[in-house]
Design a protein around this ligand. Sequence first.
Ligand SMILES: Nc1ncnc2c1ncn2[C@@H]1O[C@H](COP(=O)(O)OP(=O)(O)OP(=O)(O)O)[C@@H](O)[C@H]1O
Length: 484
Amino acid sequence: MNENLDLIWENCLHFMRDNLNAAEDHTDLKKLENSFDLLFDKVQPLSLENFNLTLLVPSDFYKEYIEDNYLALLSAALKKNIGKGVKLWYSVMENKPQGKEEAITLNMKGKTTVSPKVQQTRPPSVSSELVNPFAIPGMKKVEINSNLKADFSFDNYVEGESNKFAATVARSIAKRPGSTAFNPLFLHGGYGVGKTHLGHAIGLEVKASFPDKVVLYLSSEKFIQQFISAAKARKQTEFSNFYQMVDVLIIDDIQFLSGKSATQDSFFHIFDFLHQNGKQIILTSDKAAVDIMDIQERIVSRFKWGLSAEIKSPDFDTRRKIIVDRLSRDGIVLTDDMLDFLAAEAQTNVRELIGIINAVIAYSTIYKSELSLELLKDTISKIACSKKKVINIPYIQDVVCEYFGIKREQLLSKTRKREIALPRQLAMYFSKEYTNATFTKIGEEMGGKDHSTVMYACDTIRDVGKMDKEIKKYLKDLTEKIKK
Ligand SMILES: Nc1ncnc2c1ncn2[C@@H]1O[C@H](COP(=O)(O)OP(=O)(O)OP(=O)(O)O)[C@@H](O)[C@H]1O
């Protein structure tokens, strides 16, 4: 019978909705339907056994509200769709306060026993497993594409000093998603150091160990786009419902939520729902939570609830291990001096290192056994030449905008809001440092600012950057990105 439960419940809902007017003397049907939908969206049928129907409700309030307002209608619907002897039970999802590790369900009997018999005991085999009360009817069984890259597994993740802590925590989360103290896991670090890889590795491991868990990886840009489309179509509720079905949510580059206040609101509610229900949240960012500008304080504070782990640029030994690991997948073995040479080359991030390894693989395929240290040096110098790029003002502006998650129009605007004015001053400063442009030229390219404004910005950043921790960090990160 349970197989048909969703269908039976759908029919009950349909019957009740159809008869709303008859049940109450209400003239504003639209309003009535809306409040009915809001209420019953959050109610799920949990089980139906021997005429015992158990509904999962988010709190006592829902139970009482249903009993007070929809008793007659619900009884009629249940009689019609299940039969006269049906008894109704509630399973109340109780959320422990902040810091809890799991959600529990409590069973209690409803006032409603459609048959006159009073049921005193817990109905047989009511699952104590958490069922998502926010799932849209009919969506429960929808397969979600997790968007996980099979290559980004723990097996392919080389551990070293720079990432050991983050990797250990990630492995422990993958074993008990949502049940460790590491929720959310906030992974941060520079460009290409392996944050995304680790996020995927957790997701893949969870999927392998708990196939029924819903795992979803996506970039914050995708999240923002989806939110905007949902808002345009007035489907914010469906948007939230969708995310609330997820057991392990992995959002990459969360810093891009900066300045997007409506998306932040929605993210906040999804975050709280998932967290309160023991679902695992994994976030990656190119900066520490406190360094993300223009993001609501309540969100930053939630980032700190779990664990923040920084992944640093890989040290020499880790780089060497990564090279050996990658090349061995293609059956390529290099001599020690070749490995040392390559490991010394790409010092800042693994992505750059992988570019070099791929070039070695390509050359190895062409030259086969003739691969030598000289050939490697030659290959690397060619890569370095082809990678040299022109650093000009528009390029600097792009890097700054991407870093702060703001638009070029904002950067070039006249606004004095700190979250825009500071990136603008930094862009002016870097334009002076890295190009031959005059103050006047920089001013023109920065949205028609006066040369004295540019001079002032450069002096300020230079002076403040000497002692202000925040500015120092921006200078370091942006220098790395501009020179990359
Ligand atoms: N420790 C590691 N072992 C093996 N491969 C790694 C490791 N760290 C990173 N990589 C590889 O380096 C590349 C870049 O890593 P990843 O995309 O995870 O970086 P990221 O920190 O998310 O960077 P960004 O912030 O720029 O997106 C990927 O191909 C990834 O598989």
